[in-house]
Every structure is written in C-alpha cells, then in structure tokens.
Design a protein around this ligand. Structure first.
Ligand code: GLU
Length: 539
C-alpha cells in the first residue's frame, strides 16, 4: 500500500500519531524489544486516531528465520498487543486482524528508491568485491591505520560509466554518497539536539546489496516515509544510524519523522540486561508462570512514569502502579520518559505478578494454572489415591471433573501465596495424592514431646471428620477453638500435628480449606495413617 507524502493531520490540525515496531526476526522477542513495541503501542493509543504499525524488517535473509516471526506473533498474542494496519487482512494465525508489513515482500519499492538516489547523484554504484574490501581492511590493520569502513573507492567513478557497467551485468551494490565536510543535526525528543560530523559517519554505507535486497538503512527510511510514520521510538543502539537516516531523508527531499531513542534497559549491576541477570525472552517469562498483564505493566515502567491513578476506573487505588493497558495508554506521554537507563528489577516484577494473581477469580486462576498442573503431572496419578474418588484419573494428564473442581476450589487456598502460576501444582499436590507421612519432628509443636503430640493427634482424629464437613473457615475455626479450650490445649498445639498429617508439612496452605477439599473420609484416613506411624515410632 502506498501513502501520500504529506503528514496526516486531522480536522483540528493536530498531528495524528503513526508509529511502528520494526523488529528484525533474527531472535526471540525479549524485554528490550517488547518495551519498544509497548511504548509505540501506548503512544499511538494515547491519541484519538493514532495508529500502531508492525513491520518485519527481514532484509537480512541469512539471519531472519520463520520461527522468530512465529515467536513475534505468539508474543503479541499472549500480551494482547494488536497492530492497526497491514497490507491485507491476515490469513495466518498471527493474532491480529492484519498481516504485518514484511520488507522481503517489498523489494521492488526499495530498488525503485535506490534508483531515485542514483539518479539524483546522492548514491553511486560500487563494484568493489568483498575480496577487495577485505584486502583494504587488512592493509589498514598492517599499517595500524585508524581508518575504518569503506574507502570510497567507487565514489569517483563517472556516473555514466558506472551506469553502463551496471547495465552490462557487472555485480554492484548501491552506496549512499554522504556529503563530506558537513554536519548533520537532528532533534531527539529525549536527548535533545544531536550533531554529527558527516566525516565521522560510517563511510558511504551500502543501501542496496548485490542480490538486489536493501539494507536496513534503505528499507527503514523508505518504509517510515511511505507509511507516514510521524514518530520513531526505538532503542538507543540505533542512535548512531540516525544521522545517516537524516541524510537520506534530505537526499529524498522528505521530512524526517520525530526521533525518540529510548533509554537502555540494565540489570541491577548496571550492565545491559542479558541472560546473566535472569529471563529476558518473553517466552521464558510465560513458561515461568508470569501473567501477561503483570509483565506488560512492569515493562511499561521501564524508563517511563505515569500520572497517578485518580480516576474511578483505576484498578486499585492502593497500588497506583497497577494499570491496565488502556489506563497506561491514557497516561502515556513522551514527556514522561526518562533519559536515565532503566533498571530491570526481577523482584518488582514478581510483586506485580503476585498482585495480578490475587486479582483473578478462582476460576480464572484455575484455567491459567491448569497447563502448568497438567505439565507437572498433577492429575496423572494412576494407582494413587484421588480424594473422594476411587476411580483412576484419565490418561494424558487430563483432570477428571472432580479433580478439576478440586483444583479450582484449591485456588482460593493458594492465591495469596503464589508468585508464579507454575508454583500452584506443587503447593496443592497434597490434595491430589497422599503425601508421605513426614518425619516425627514435623508434627511436634514447640515445647512438646512425641507422647503429647500423639495425644493431640488423637484428638485431631476425632475432630477431622467434623472439620472437613464444616461449611466455612469461620465455623471450623470456632469449632476447633472451642474444642481446644474445653480440653485446656493451646490451639496451635492441636493444629500443628493435624496440619502435618493432612498436608504432609507444617508449612502449608490453610488447613480448614484443605480438610474441606479432601472430605472427611480422606482426612480421617490421613490422620490415622500418621497416627499409626508416630505410635510405631514411640514403641
Ligand atoms: N529492524 C530494527 C531492529 O531490529 C529496527 C530499528 C528501528 O526501529 O528503526 O531492531
């Protein structure tokens, strides 16, 4: 699709924001890339008719890979980021209503624009072989020369002669003719006015490769112009390419977009975020049991701040940091970006995840945690006890109806304690299979001995049936408190051995809820089993 050359303005003459995320599919989507995508998405959404565009910059055919394209689609889908435009409605399962723009499908456009630069004398044919370029590099190394990059050997070839050689079939690339002795200036929204001496820019970079494919620089500038991109928000590592791009915009006679190079994302040690610090690819976070909302909410704060949530719709007034995507978009502004590098704090991200987990209903949480439970084999319990259900579970780790029900109700027991979805199966495994009877020490309350503990557990055995049938925690608690008082026993001393018998540990999700989920028969059986083991130990 072609666009008209003027910038788009709406009726009241304010610029309509058009921005883009333009990844090269040469790796998995990671925190830094998704932060760029998110800021562009939020910025476009922050204005009434703003448009967020997805463009695959796959001109490096050797490094681009279909699996990374799929990873991009999967990541966007999981995070709920949608783009607003594309050459056609999507046929593939890419999560959006449009296919993205794909540079490898637009080669003719770039060739045409390389020719425009050739015709205007802003670019030239270069016939240097890779071998010659390598020799120049070696000679410079030997001479300990500080010069780098192309030596502009073909810059002086007569234009007509060059055109003839190209037409005769000689292999060529097209290089940008950087005007020497000048300075290129542009404004970066965040970093202010930037100046670059043209002589210091990578000398005459290739725009069109010998195979007719464009390089990043040519395709990026042509597309940003044709797609009427008003703002380029991208990682700071591209800052050094921007003077070159500005030179190209001028050579074409086009107005450059506004640039905003985003602050780096660092680990706690001040070094660029990498695998050494922890997960970095979005896929890893998903597999660890993060919720997409939590990750997005946290990433949105990497280098940006937002107005405090004061409107009624704001999710949680107690936590002004918690925002939906829409709320973030309403508050996003380039003026609230920070210049300083952002520090990725895994602990803070965990906090976000916990908060979002607690906001889920039991049903929602159960369906989110279910894949983790199946993968962990929680329901794959052939031959083992299934609470209150004598028949074996289904094959393939699928839960039975009863297990699904228990799983959903168990979410209420662990919701307050979960940091990751992936922790759920382990925390509630005792509800799906009888835990090992733990060592005697696990049962024994402070200042007690084994004899006393057995005595308390016998009482626990009497109480377990009633407790398992109590309709709610409050009634169960009142009941056991009254029993403890009546018998002159501390509540904790009565509960600890019972907890160890039921859950297999002295630290566990809430006891009363566990008893209810197990039902009286299983509960009594577990206490009896523990009692038998402890009594045997005593003899
Ligand atoms: N294809 C470049 C990248 O991977 C895009 C840079 C830009 O946004 O201009 O990251």
């Amino acid at each position: 699709m072609q666009f008209c050359i003027n910038l788009v303005y709406d009726t009241i003459n304010t610029m309509i924001i058009r921005d883009r995320y333009a990844p090269s599919p040469t790796g998995l989507q990671h925190v830094g890339g998704i932060r760029t995508a998110l800021f562009n998405y939020l910025f476009a959404r922050s204005s009434a008719e703003g448009k967020f565009i997805l463009r695959l910059e796959d001109t490096d055919r050797t490094r681009s890979d279909e699996s990374y394209v799929q990873n991009l689609f999967d990541t966007f889908k999981w995070l709920g980021i949608k783009w607003d435009e594309g050459p056609q409605t999507a046929g593939s399962d890419n999560g959006g209503p449009f296919s993205p723009y794909i540079q490898s499908e637009r080669s003719a456009l770039y060739k045409k624009h390389a020719q425009i630069l050739l015709d205007s004398g802003n670019a030239y044919h270069c016939f240097c072989s890779a071998q010659r370029i390598d020799e120049v590099r070696k000679q410079r190394e030997e001479a300990r020369s500080s010069e780098t990059g192309y030596d502009r050997f073909c810059r002086s070839i007569d234009l007509q002669e060059a055109a003839k050689r190209a037409a005769a079939g000689e292999t060529f690339t097209v290089r940008l003719k950087i005007p020497l002795g000048e300075t290129t200036r542009f404004n970066d929204h965040l970093l202010g006015s930037i100046e670059w001496k043209n002589d210091d820019i990578n000398p005459d970079p290739v725009l069109l490769k010998s195979d007719g494919f464009p390089t990043y620089h040519l395709a990026n500038v042509v597309d940003d112009h044709l797609m009427e991109i008003t703002h380029v928000l991208r990682a700071q590592e591209w800052l050094a390419s921007t003077p070159l791009h500005v030179i190209m915009y001028r050579a074409f006679g086009w107005q450059p977009p506004e640039f905003c190079h985003l602050p780096m994302v660092m680990g706690q040690d001040g070094k660029k975020l990498s695998k050494r610090h922890g997960a970095t690819s979005i896929d890893e976070f998903r597999k660890q049991g993060y919720l997409p909302e939590a990750l997005l909410n946290y990433i949105a704060f990497l280098g940006a701040s937002y107005e405090e949530g004061t409107d009624e719709k704001h999710l949680d007034a107690k936590h002004p940091d918690i925002y939906t995507l829409d709320e973030l978009a309403q508050r996003f502004s380039l003026d609230k970006l920070n210049k300083a590098p952002a520090v990725f704090d895994y602990k803070k991200l965990e906090w976000y995840n916990g908060q979002y987990i607690r906001m889920k209903s039991d049903e929602e949480l159960a369906s989110l945690a279910m894949p983790f439970a199946k993968a962990a084999g929680l329901f794959d319990c052939s031959g083992e006890e299934i609470p209150a259900e004598p028949q074996r579970c289904k094959d393939g780790g699928e839960p039975t109806e009863r297990q699904r029900d228990i799983f959903t109700r168990a979410m209420a027991l662990v919701k307050e304690r979960l940091v990751f979805l992936s922790e759920a199966p382990e925390k509630i495994a005792y509800l799906f299979r009888e835990p090992e009877v733990p060592a005697a020490e696990e049962f024994i309350p402070k200042k007690c001995d084994l004899g006393k503990t057995i005595e308390y557990l016998r009482i626990g055995l009497e109480l377990a049936r009633v407790l398992a049938e109590m309709p709610d925690d409050e009634k169960a608690e009142n009941f056991i408190k009254a029993e403890a008082e009546k018998r002159g026993i501390k509540l904790g001393d009565l509960m600890m051995p019972l907890r160890a018998a039921i859950t297999g540990s002295r630290v566990s999700p809430p006891l009363f809820g566990s008893l209810r989920l197990l039902g009286s028969a299983s509960s009594v059986k577990r206490v009896q089993r523990a009692l038998d083991k402890l009594t045997a130990k005593q003899i």
